[in-house]
Design a protein around this ligand. Structure first.
Ligand code: TZP
Ligand code: MG
Length: 219
């Protein structure tokens, strides 16, 4: 299966768990294992924020989490760190507007890897599309405390606008998404939801992932 196939990406985006050690109250590998048991469909390693690991400790954690993903056939995406994604032969990278443009990243990581791009406007979306993005991350849909430099939340407006304008690229919503509001993000035209806290800080990580799954698949 070609991992960059548009339909495969749409399926993978459905219950997209993002995390790094600063987001976990427990050992990150245990948190990821529990989330996989709950049915997540994609994982992004995002080692960012206060207390984030660097250097070899970051690489070792990434390898450990990638191994878990491999065992369960969950695609493993690296946030921002293109060199780490290349070094680990990750399934892809997720980049923001402050990172290198998608076409430059594509030259580095090759044609068989997924590139996700965070976009906040129609113009950013068009540039990312031209640069060869495989999916868009759009948010914050709802208020979030997880990203220190997050823009104000903007609801599902941009998701709806892109769909209204005929853009069919896979889209995942992000920011403040929970099992209670995930259905509205899908209804707006997103293929899936990406969450940090709703899973990583849940009293039961497995139950949280299951509930999110239910909302995405059943509304
Ligand atoms: N980008 C936009 S909002 C956000 C990122 C990485 C944080 C999402 O975290 P949470 O805890 O699911 O609101
Ligand atoms: Mg980024």
């Amino acid at each position: 299966m070609n991992i960059r196939n548009c339909d495969s990406i749409k399926v993978a985006l459905k219950v997209y768990f993002i995390m790094g050690s600063p987001n976990c109250n427990d050992n990150p590998a245990s948190v990821l294992q529990a989330a996989i048991e709950g049915g997540i469909t994609l994982f992004q390693f995002r080692e960012k924020g206060t207390g984030a690991l660097t250097g070899n400790a970051k690489v070792e954690l990434a390898k450990q989490l990638q191994q878990l993903c491999r065992q369960h056939q969950i695609p493993f995406i690296v946030n921002d760190d293109i060199n780490l994604a290349i070094a680990l032969n990750a399934d892809g990278v997720h980049i923001g507007q402050e990172d290198e443009p998608a076409d430059e990243v594509r030259k580095k990581i090759g044609h068989d890897k997924i590139i996700g791009v965070s976009v906040h406007s129609y113009d950013e979306a068009m540039s990312a599309l031209e640069g060869g993005a495989d999916y868009f991350g759009i948010g914050p849909v709802f208020p979030t405390k997880t990203k220190e430099d997050a823009k104000p939340s903007n609801g599902t407006k941009l998701i709806e606008e892109l769909r209204d304008r005929g853009i069919s690229i896979p889209i995942v919503g992000i920011g403040g998404i929970t099992a209670d509001n995930a259905g509205s993000v899908i209804k707006a035209g997103a293929d899936g939801v990406s969450v940090i806290t709703a899973i990583s800080h849940a009293p039961s990580v497995t139950e949280a992932a299951k509930n999110l799954r239910k909302s995405v698949f059943e509304g």
